[in-house]
Write a protein that binds this ligand. Structure first.
Ligand code: G6P
Length: 472
């Protein structure tokens, strides 16, 4: 395989990488020649057309700046107020402003123009996530014929939700310009096939739409994972142990229920607090015996729907505190701040229950990290939403419908009362699954598929591809 070029909206920064993905892709890049390419994080009045390359802890990273105007339309607008809510089936939270699409395409074209001069003929290009769906089209418009793969880190929408997205047909045509499209879960591939096999035959005016030809694009599930061995080690390092000891002093005999999520409406945080409230309301014996710690670093807080979720959660947490707290006992702690991996690893290890209940989620790496950090002799229990991609591989978690807060409250009760034998048996299967689906295996499988031994087909430039499109 030639050099590997990884492209994503966010690029790795200095210091310890925040997410599992950054760690993993960094590892992949150390095993291949190549570089990472993306947005610098800077907004300027007049961005330079050329990317600036920088060595970041041994990693070659090319970056471009964006204008505030374009970034707003591309990131807060089209990516996070249209694609994100629609792909997560929250059309009620989508804001459709048509002009954002132009900004989204402009930024993708800007990425392509800055990247193209650095691409060599046999480089393999791996594009990440919904911000950059049109990148292959833009690169192929500039003449790039390289193998290109796309990985969607979030769920693929149902056909109805997809049709609600302005320009969805163009976006699907953009996907068809990749050689390989990876999804998190089988349910996503099924939703994609549903679109591909039953494309809308007509527009409002009655004229037929050109169907998208996916015959040169392979679409497959590649469930992402964490680095379970690294997390298992991290959970017993001095930094993690320090966190465990401090928490143990505070908790004394109380069992810790832990949630760790970006403050995002897709994570089901209000429903989670409601389920905990029901646990305490229906089982007085748990009061003073349990404590919920919810870590929720703020995210995308320039967007109204995120501010509203944050306000709702503040109010709910206040309600539970007012209802159940005593001068010498608090039912929960809610921290709106990000923590480093060593502290989180300590918290995961200490928790009796990992509460991972998104309403819809691509994979959810917190579930993987929680499993990896458990003490094999005395493991905690994973309560997991059946609507997280992780539910397809963690069958031995207690799977819940996060919309049904009675069910989640009952799963919490079962988790807190689960005998050690059962906890061990379930955890062993979960850890085995976490290892099978490690991030190393994920990257290896994706790249093997993207770069077959014979090098794969070279795509004709886009002009020719367009001629191949059939008319319905
Ligand atoms: C999700 C997305 C990522 C994104 C991350 C953080 O995991 O799939 O692409 O980077 O959220 O969101 P942010 O908007 O801060 O980049």
């Amino acid at each position: 395989m030639g050099r590997l070029i990884i492209v994503s909206n966010r690029t790795p920064g200095k210091g310890p990488a925040a997410g599992g993905l950054a760690v993993a892709l960094r590892k992949v890049l150390t095993e291949h020649e190549g570089f990472w390419f993306g947005w610098s994080g800077k907004l300027v009045e007049k961005p330079e057309p050329e990317a600036v390359f920088e060595d970041i802890e041994g990693l070659n990273v090319g970056k471009i700046d964006l204008t505030q105007h374009d970034h707003h339309a591309y990131y807060a607008g089209f990516s996070n107020s249209i694609l994100w809510p629609s792909f997560h089936l929250r059309l009620d939270l989508a804001t459709i402003e048509g002009h954002w699409y132009e900004g989204y395409r402009r930024v993708n074209a800007q990425f392509a123009r800055a990247l193209k001069p650095h691409i060599q003929a046999d480089d393999v290009i791996w594009v990440h996530d919904y911000h950059l769906i049109p990148l292959a089209t833009e690169l192929r418009n500039l003449g790039a014929r390289n193998r290109m793969g796309f990985y969607l880190h979030i769920p693929f929408p149902t056909v109805d939700a997809l049709y609600a997205i302005p320009h969805h047909n163009e976006l699907m045509r953009d996907l068809s310009r990749y050689d390989l499209v990876g999804m998190q879960a089988e349910r996503d591939v099924t939703a994609f096939r549903d679109f591909a096999d039953h494309q809308a035959p007509a527009t409002l005016s009655g004229s037929p739409l050109r169907t998208v030809d996916f015959s040169n694009t392979e679409v497959k599930a590649f469930p992402i994972g964490s680095d379970p061995d690294a997390f298992a080690k991290l959970a017993t390092t001095p930094a993690a142990t320090k966190m465990v000891k401090r928490m143990q002093r505070l908790l004394e005999e109380q069992a810790l229920i832990l949630g760790v999520d970006r403050l995002d409406y897709s994570k089901g945080l209000p429903q989670r607090v409601e389920a905990y409230e029901k646990l305490l309301a229906n089982n007085a014996n748990f009061r003073r015996q349990v404590h919920l710690l919810q870590v929720a670093p703020p995210s995308r807080d320039s967007i109204k729907e995120y501010q509203e979720t944050s306000d709702t959660l503040d109010a709910m947490v206040g309600r539970v505190m007012g209802h159940f707290a005593e001068p010498d006992w608090q039912p929960l702690t809610y921290v709106k701040r990000a923590y480093g991996q060593p502290s989180l690893a300590g918290l995961y290890r200490l928790a009796r229950v990992g509460l991972v209940t998104p309403l819809r989620d691509g994979m959810n790496l917190v579930a993987h990290e929680f499993v990896a950090c458990q003490d094999p002799e005395d493991p905690g229990v994973l309560v997991l939403s059946r609507f997280a991609g992780a539910a397809e591989i963690f069958e031995d978690a207690l799977l819940v419908n996060p919309f049904d807060t009675d069910e989640t409250a009952e799963a919490l009760r079962l988790a807190l009362q689960m005998p050690l034998d059962e906890r061990r048996t379930r955890w062993e299967t979960l850890m085995q699954a976490a290892k099978t689906h490690s991030v190393d295996n994920w990257a290896k499988h994706f790249l093997e598929q993207l770069t077959p031994a014979d090098g794969g087909n070279k795509r004709p430039p886009v002009r020719d591809v367009l001629n191949l499109d059939t008319v319905a």
